[in-house]
Write a protein that binds this ligand. Structure first.
Ligand code: ZN
Length: 218
């Protein structure tokens, strides 16, 4: 395996931490994010419990697909097993964000699903976002439960904890993270004043097909 370590990928992780704080998607040192280098298969992940505004490229930890540390002197994120398990199960995924956003976490506390209620959500997250079975943070059981409930979707709710979203790259994973939280907010507001209208499975498929094959500049 090519074990070349890339500083530009460490820089992406550093920058993602600042973006997550600035956009209110995490507070303090909570949450963790990683990306996989498609060329080498190596995984670049945040260190455990460090302030995102203080982290530099030297603090990023590089892991292989068996959780061995390949580069870096810091202790990697406590949720490293969740990240690596996703990469091992989903060849299409090269970025993972785990965080504790407000409205998505409300649904998780109630062990509710987040249905596909808007165009952006069904196009980039999936038909719906389900809630995994509960497990303690930082355990391999949480990693197994999260990846099982994620399935082929790009997001999963973690009960009494937060969310995990995945994407083909970090910019897309960040967008998915934002869309999930926005959709959770809309769903909770809609439920509080009435009965949300759900999109039919037929229309969900039509919108997903449109996003994949027609939408955008061609
Ligand atoms: Zn967490």
């Amino acid at each position: 395996m090519n074990t070349k370590i890339k500083s530009e990928l460490k820089a992406v992780i550093v920058k993602t931490g600042i973006t997550m704080l600035d956009e209110g998607l995490t507070v303090g040192t909570w949450g963790n994010f990683s990306l996989r280098d498609p060329e080498t298969g190596l995984i670049y992940i945040t260190p455990s419990g460090m302030d995102y505004r203080e982290i530099t490229e030297d603090d990023i930890v590089v892991l292989d697909s068996e959780l061995n540390i390949v580069d870096g002197s810091r202790v990697p994120s406590v949720e490293k097993a969740m990240h690596v398990t996703v990469y091992n199960e989903r060849p299409d995924v090269n970025a993972v964000i785990h965080t504790h956003p407000l409205y998505s976490s409300v649904l998780g506390v109630n062990e509710m699903e987040l249905p596909g209620i808007s165009e952006d959500f069904v196009q980039i997250v999936g038909d719906k976002m389900v809630c995994s079975e509960y497990a303690l943070p930082g355990t391999t059981q949480l990693a197994r439960n999260a990846v099982k409930a994620l399935g082929k979707n790009n997001g999963v709710l973690l009960p009494n904890h937060g969310t995990m979203v995945v994407g083909p790259n970090m910019p897309m994973a960040l967008t998915i993270c934002q869309v999930v939280e926005k959709t959770a907010y809309i769903y909770i507001l809609a439920k509080s004043i009435g009965t949300p209208h759900l999109i039919s499975q037929e229309d969900i498929i039509a919108m997903q097909d449109y996003a994949q094959n027609i939408y955008g500049q061609r």
